[in-house]
Design a binder for this molecule. Sequence first.
Ligand code: ZN
Length: 317
Amino acid sequence: MQPFIAGIHHVTAIASDPKRNVAYYEQQLGLRLVKTTVNFDDPGAYHLYYGDDAGVPGTILTFFPWPGATPGRAGTGMTMATAFQVAPGAVDFWMGRFADRALDFEAPVERFGQRVLPFRDPDGMPLELVEHAPASISPVTPGRVSAHSGIPVEMAIHGFHGVSLCVPSADATGRLLTEVFGYQSAGQQGDRYRFVSPEAGIGASVDLVCTSGELVRGRSGAGTVHHVAFRARTNEEQLTWREHLLQAGYSPTPVLDRNYFQSIYFREPGGVLFEIATDPPGFTADEDLDSLGSALKLPAWLEPRRESIAARLPGLR
Ligand code: ZN
């Protein structure tokens, strides 16, 4: 069998107000803040990671919250929606919850036989809940905060379902997914083309939604996804993917140390920034499972500047 990528590792997006971001993802969605750190390329700003209880790959949504960031614009070369998976029947629970709390959501739609609830976070970022077949729900542990948020465990978010990318044509991105990533074509609905990882676990889907040219190019900003990261199970596997990408004509970056994983980045043909990130070492690399996210963690090279960095960051709670 052709080697294949196991699915999404994390999705990184841009937000404006860090405090509002934490309140929404913890208290409204019941995710766990599993790492509080800074943007390694801009240490004056936070990098917040949410996930299931341990922040396992496939459950991790991360934000660069820049206070006062201007809103981005949807369009080609952008992620149109980031979808989480929930158990069958859970969409009704979430609709009721969003309505009770006056949160932004739309009427559910049917897509590839699955019920999908579109909604938006406080920055207007498009999100979805997708009801998944019970057999394919992976045994992720919902964030422990979900219990305190009034979300029954059987209704909790179980990691990602996938992402929808807005690209000019499905051909080139589709070839990357099938010929390099080892994904399989899983059908078409209207202008939406679905590709899935043979692993079929969490974060296995990538939908390409093709525009007929009338849409403008997207612009990065608050409420938009910065990049989508896919999983490499080991550091060795990441080097193999890097080699495959070079052979296919892509220009991946060298391996960068992100403390909790190793990363390479490249631009896919539709314009979306992709990353391949390693499963190890994960978020318990510098704090234990019980205290994940509770303290500001810095990489070793920023520790000497801890005092000045911490003094500039706004409070989160
Ligand atoms: Zn990333």
